[in-house]
Design a protein around this ligand. Structure first.
Ligand code: GDP
Ligand code: MG
Length: 387
């Protein structure tokens, strides 16, 4: 479930020791040493080190000061995530805690109230039922009598749902040529904003990015992507309003390959103002890119708005049937009490969540990390200790 950045790009900005000297594990983690290294070269590097002996000189250990700085940075990020999730914390965890504290024993009433809390936090009926069944079994098996003991049971069950759709991010990345990401989703979920935020992450890790305005149905959509392009100082391929989105995508792949971009990100429309069926249009965009570059688009990222609750699940099913979704970005978790949808999505769909959006600003996008998410929700501040 880790996003591309945790696995592939997170450490690229750091100065890395020569690759031949690194053991395979570190080489894979440490990533690409130079700004313009293509994905192809990275793979070659990874293969070549496989034959070599483990390093005799490991990369320099961070100094105690650097370690401390990193720990406090991670701590601050964790705190921020925790704050941004506060509405879900209130609706799910605080209510649960109040219930457990107020009850002396685990009885049918407690389970009824728990059911209501879980459903209100948007865990969905079937996910809620599975959680409650599991909790009842645990109470019986382990002879639990104190309601507070249920907290751990529920927390671990939620974590296990979130771990379920864990699919390594590298699997979607190409061996060579640009990594093409097609971003889909209904209108207003945050596709263009998410693209802007992801672009910053790629840029920070030294990747060259080409943005593609294939939402050609509104001039404003193209203008919005261009603004994100300017903010990130990256090029944006666009044509006139109403241009054929497939043609825009087709040409962009040409440019992406010819100019050796590392990443090409294609923004698409969420609602068409013509007679064209949205799903047919998306299938066509996908098809033409695949014709131009084998395997493209490598990632079809569906953006879902967490505030829409269960509706997000139906959207995911529809888009998945039409174009085959490989990853999810879940936006607006900052503004909702319905963050329980995360567990529901993971349980219902075998699609990894790559990112979560926790605000409107460029830095308000996080690689999705199940442990961090659960700890932030349950208010356990031990995440940074695990790093
Ligand atoms: N609070 C919050 N707002 C977001 C987030 N992501 C996007 N938005 C807002 O959602 C609105 C629609 O975003 P946009 O990117 O235009 O959606 P699109 O139609 O799918 O491209 C904008 O006002 C964004 O600022 C998020 O993670 N949190
Ligand atoms: Mg848009």
């Amino acid at each position: 479930m880790l996003g591309w950045f945790k696995k592939k790009f997170s450490k690229k900005e750091q100065t890395v020791a020569p690759v031949e000297k690194l053991p395979l594990e570190s080489a894979v983690e440490e990533e690409i040493p130079e700004q313009q290294t293509s994905v192809e070269e990275v793979v070659v590097v990874e293969e070549s080190v496989a034959d070599k002996k483990p390093a005799t000189t490991p990369p320099p250990e961070p100094s105690p000061d650097e370690k401390e700085l990193e720990t406090s940075r991670l701590g601050a990020m964790f705190q921020q995530l925790s704050t941004r999730l506060s509405r879900t914390k209130e609706s799910l965890v605080y209510r649960m805690d109040t219930l457990f504290l107020g009850k002396k024993e685990i009885d049918a009433d407690l389970f009824d109230e728990l059911e209501e809390i879980l459903i209100t936090a948007d865990l969905g009926i079937s996910t809620t039922m599975e959680i409650l069944d599991d909790a009842r079994k645990r109470v019986k098996r382990d002879a639990l009598s104190d309601p507070k003991e249920l907290r751990v049971v529920l927390k671990e069950k939620l974590r296990s749902f979130i771990m379920q759709s864990d699919i390594p991010a590298e699997l979607v990345m190409p061996d060579s040529g640009p990594f093409v990401i097609m971003v889909v989703g209904v209108n207003g979920v945050g596709k263009t904003t998410t693209i802007g935020k992801i672009t910053k992450k790629f840029k920070q890790s030294g990747q060259s990015v080409l943005l593609v305005a294939a939402d050609t149905f509104r001039a404003a959509a193209v203008a919005q992507l261009k603004i994100w392009g300017e903010r990130n100082k990256v090029d944006v391929v666009h044509q006139h309003e109403g241009a054929d989105p497939s043609a825009v995508a087709f040409d962009a792949i040409d440019q992406g390959v010819a100019d050796k971009y590392d990443v090409v990100i294609v923004d698409t429309a969420g609602r068409l103002h013509t007679q064209v069926n949205l799903m047919e249009e998306l299938k066509k965009i996908k098809r033409v890119m695949g014709k131009k570059l084998e395997g493209a688009p490598h990632e079809i990222l569906l953006v879902l708005d967490a505030t829409t609750g269960q509706n997000a699940i139906s959207q995911a099913k529809l888009f998945n049937e039409a174009v085959g979704i490989t990853g999810l970005a879940l936006t607006k978790l900052d503004g909702t009490a319905k963050g329980g949808i995360v567990a529901n999505i993971c349980r219902e769909l075998a699609i990894p969540i790559r990112f979560i959006g926790i605000g409107e600003q460029i830095d308000d996008l996080r690689d999705f990390d199940p442990d961090e998410f659960i700890d932030a929700l349950f208010g356990e501040d031990n995440y940074t200790n695990k790093q």
